[in-house]
Design a protein. Sequence first.
Length: 109
Amino acid sequence: MGYFWLAIAIVSEVTATLFLPACKGFTRVWPSLACATSYGLSFYFLSLVLNSVPVGVTYAIWSGAGIVLVGILGAYFYKQIPDVPAMIGMGLIIAGVAVMNLFSKTISH
């Protein structure tokens, strides 16, 4: 169940981050409420993950997936296209998470 909660935490965190530009420094009420609510949900579900997945592994997957998804969705929604070094970096993040999940004895499946 931990990885299910982790997926929800990641989606919530990415949603919140994508709302940040619309908040305009938290001067716009509805985007600010959506952002704060999404971050709150993300941390709540992240806390549930920690009942079954080690904190280091959880944070690596949560932050890595968030970086990659925000990069992809930022390109789509905000036309902020990553350059080649940014894409290589995101590829390395994906590779790092994959290595952890495939080979680490720290992760309990």
